[in-house]
Design a protein around this ligand. Structure first.
Ligand code: AMP
Ligand code: MG
Length: 407
């Protein structure tokens, strides 16, 4: 008999519990070099220390000049080239009246210059340029601060550091930032039937496929998980290992041993030696998933079937990892049209495997994989997204818009 454990809940309740528990743990931020910041969650607000661009500069390779001088020239206007201004040079001397300077893209505009003519639009001859037509005043100049003004708030705590954001911080000269620490994660597979790939396969045994699935999913989400040896179906050994992991990791991720079978020890272990936040969610696959904690470690115990691992990790594991890192920016919710009809014949919140492909109109269609049993890994390998169908029986027509979780 299992000890006092909460019963089946809806996926939204499970998510609410996960978010609440994760929010209580908000860890102290750590400072890291910007060079290592990609994918991390920012833990401070970023106020621009300088303007972008920092100074007026040329947009093109050409000649910088004062537009009024040009307008005063007889036709066709000619100007003497009084010097060169290359990217990286300081703005130098102010522009001599009636002259231009050769300038390259990104070079600071000399004082007095207000317009750039691109080199393709001039004829150059012995230190002079001749223009075929008049440029607009202010043409091909990038103004200081037109992208960012010094003192503007650009990013906030809880935002993800995408490569473009890291690059923006670099452009501002910021070299170190405060981010949320990444949770440390211990990964356990369980079951006497498991054999590691590369070893001979005795009768009645199967290869361990979930470890690589979980390690890969975690790494895809930027973590550096630690794989522990597979746990046998043996209460004492399981207990020692899980206690050791709980003392050293922020999150213990297990798979298998969480259903109601004779050898499913995890619910009892956590009920007796920790706490169960929920056990069993009205989802398919993945119903037996359990969320609990022991000491400082949170436990997310996923069911053993490979597709259940995928669905529970994407549906519950990712929000847990986001919560633990203080991510405030919601993940985008993607949708696609069903490539064909589908009949949902049970009440649970369902995750079907599906293949994404553009329809004739270019809009993404998702084709459900007919092999929808949770042990059928091939269907997951041949798909690129889970199709999310909310609770309730229902017939879906071709072209209906459904939510998808790409993986
Ligand atoms: P369990 O919840 O432990 O009863 O496991 C459910 C099903 O998933 C069983 O058929 C297990 O053999 C299978 N399974 C459990 N763990 C793994 C694993 N690491 N790799 C592949 N299959 C597994
Ligand atoms: Mg098992």
């Amino acid at each position: 008999m299992h000890a006092e454990i909460p019963g089946r809940i809806a996926i939204d309740e499970a998510l609410a519990i996960i978010r609440a528990v994760a929010a209580e743990r908000a860890p102290a931020p750590e400072r890291i070099a910007l060079r290592r910041a990609e994918g991390r969650i920012l833990a401070e607000d970023i106020i621009a220390p300088i303007a972008l661009p920092p100074f007026d500069n040329s947009w093109m390779d050409g000649f910088a000049l004062r537009h009024a001088d040009l307008a005063a020239c007889p036709w066709p206007p000619r100007m003497r080239i009084a010097g060169a201004q290359y990217a990286g040079m300081d703005p130098g001397r102010p522009l001599e009246s009636g002259c231009c300077v050769r300038i390259t893209t990104g070079a600071a505009l000399p004082a007095g210059a207000d317009t750039v003519v691109i080199k393709e639009d001039v004829r150059e001859d012995d230190g002079w340029i001749e223009l075929g037509h008049l440029p607009e005043p202010g043409a091909d100049i990038r103004r200081a601060g037109e992208d960012v003004m010094a003192g503007e708030r650009l990013l906030g705590a809880g935002q993800v550091l995408t490569p473009a954001r890291v690059s923006l911080l670099a452009a501002l000269g910021i070299a170190g930032i405060a981010v949320a620490p990444r949770p440390t994660v211990a990964v356990f597979t369980t079951g006497d039937e498991l054999v590691e790939p590369g070893m001979p396969l005795p009768p009645g045994r199967i290869y361990n496929s979930n470890r690589d699935l979980l390690m890969g999913l975690l790494r895809q989400h930027g973590l550096e998980p630690t794989a522990w040896p597979t746990l046998p179906d043996e209460t004492e050994r399981i207990r020692n290992q899980l206690e050791d992991a709980a003392a050293a990791f922020d999150l213990v991720l297990t798979c298998g041993g969480v259903s109601a079978g004779e050898k499913d020890f995890l619910p009892d272990f956590l009920a007796a030696h920790g706490k169960v936040h929920f056990w069993k969610v009205r989802m398919k696959p993945g119903m037996p998933v359990l969320f609990g904690q022991r000491e400082r470690a949170l436990f997310l115990s996923l069911p053993g079937n490979p597709v259940s691992v995928l669905a529970t990790f994407l549906a519950l594991g990712v929000p847990l990892l986001d919560g633990l890192q203080g991510r405030r920016e919601p993940r985008l919710r993607w949708h696609a049209r069903l490539a064909g009809p589908w009949r949902k014949t049970h009440g649970r919140h369902e995750f079907l495997r599906g293949r994404l492909q553009p329809g004739a109109d270019g809009i993404v269609r998702v084709a459900p994989n007919a092999a929808d049993a949770s042990h059928r890994l091939r269907g997951a390998a041949e798909s690129d997204a889970l199709i999310v169908l909310p609770e309730g029986e229902r017939a879906y027509a071709a072209d209906e818009v459904v939510e998808i979780l790409p993986y």
